[in-house]
Design a protein around this ligand. Structure first.
Ligand code: TXA
Ligand code: MG
Length: 354
């Protein structure tokens, strides 16, 4: 679909796309679908418009936004240096798609958008509706995820509505998001490629394509916060989220069940068939919700939707998520799960509770 230019042109004549573009040109914010999660968009070069994003989301001022473009020619209007060969290579391979690249920014990008940094994060999203709105408005669109700050990211238009109704004038419904986790944010300004935030494109994919090692910034000794957003608790439902290791499942879950009142605990596991309700039969509480996720892609796609559903389910007390292998997109999924679990209640991989 995203390579279908005729379809893109048709979409630009759609009345909803026209309305979205008009609002954006007037300095308003609009909820828009992308292939990762829904974004809350505004004209990246209009400081007053960008401020409305921060206000609607309740977002900390020091967390910079990603700017979304539909054509590579838009990039030159945002950055201050020539595009490196490595950036060119990565863009031609992964754009449009969930890869965000950090560039030195130019003075046309207001400090509101970059949150005071001298760099700007840019990506070309792979969603026909989003691309059509960018093309129609002829703007570069700053867009963080369209959730209330700290909540799970929105993967359905309904999630955006639930969080932001009354605060924004328009949401375009582009269906359930394909990836379900946000884009991978990378910094390639120095020799080594650093992943600031794992996301829809895995570290392995980038490393294999470039034929070099790709580092995870969080693993570096230097704990300088490279991506300001990574320091906040995030992606979190109101209910407590715990991470458990499959080998500890009985002790962890029995402990959980002994605390739980008459309510159920929800368990998200990749190994549904290995869970036996009988394991917990000496308890008065039944283990009722078990989800099957054979594929990390499937968990990535459904995670935020599940967290939101479980949060709204009155019969559920707490949420338990099995630790996944962090290969491929599993790295992004585990990153989101760690952030959703609070420091006081998540049991760290490898055992130790803290
Ligand atoms: O998939 C996505 O990236 C979605 C969709 C809507 O495109 N957007 C998104 O935006 O996830 P947001 O604001 O929720 O997350 C942006 C992340 C944050 O961790 C932020 O700190 C980091 O990117 N970031 C933005 N600009 C940066 C910069 N100049 N340097 C380092 N990190 C940056
Ligand atoms: Mg976000």
């Amino acid at each position: 679909l995203i390579n279908d230019l005729e379809f893109m042109k048709k979409l630009q004549k759609d009345s909803a796309v026209i309305e979205a573009a008009e609002l954006l040109k007037k300095g308003e914010v609009v909820g828009l679908p992308t292939e990762t999660v829904y974004g809350l968009a505004a004209d990246a070069k209009n400081p007053a418009a960008v401020k409305k994003i921060f206000k609607a989301k309740g977002r900390p001022q020091d967390n910079p936004l990603i700017v979304h473009i539909a054509k590579k020619s838009q990039l030159k209007e945002l950055i201050s240096q020539d595009i490196s060969d490595k950036a060119e290579k990565l863009m031609s391979q992964f754009w449009p798609g969930p890869l965000t690249i950090i560039f030195p920014k130019n003075s046309k990008v207001p400090t509101e958008t970059s949150a005071g940094l001298d760099t700007i994060a840019v990506r070309m999203p792979a969603h026909p509706l989003m691309l059509a709105v960018i093309e129609k408005s002829k703007l570069a669109l700053a867009a963080p995820s369209a959730n209330t700050s700290g909540f799970p990211s929105p993967t359905r238009a309904r999630h955006v509505y639930n969080d932001l109704k009354g605060k924004i004038p328009l949401i375009l419904d582009g269906g359930f998001c394909h990836f379900g986790v946000e884009s991978t944010v990378i910094d390639i300004r120095e020799d080594k490629v650093k992943v600031l935030r794992p996301g829809g494109i895995s570290r392995e994919e980038i490393a294999q394509f470039l034929g070099e090692k790709v580092i995870l910034a969080a693993e570096l000794k230097d704990k300088k916060v490279l991506s300001p957003g990574m320091k906040y608790r995030h992606y979190a439902p109101q209910k407590k989220v715990f991470i458990f290791n499959f080998s500890d499942k009985l002790s962890v879950l029995n402990q959980a069940l002994s605390k739980a009142d008459s309510k159920k605990i929800a368990i998200i596991t990749a190994r549904e068939s290995e869970f036996k309700v009988e394991d917990f039969s000496n308890k008065k509480i039944e283990l009722l919700k078990v989800f099957s996720h054979k594929q990390p892609e499937e968990l990535a796609k459904n995670l935020f939707d599940l967290l939101r559903k479980l949060d709204n389910d009155e019969s559920i007390a707490e949420i338990y998520i099995e630790e996944l292998d962090s290969a491929g997109i599993g790295e992004a999924v585990m990153n989101r799960i760690y952030k959703a679990a609070t420091a006081e209640n998540y049991s760290q991989p490898g055992g130790g509770n803290n």
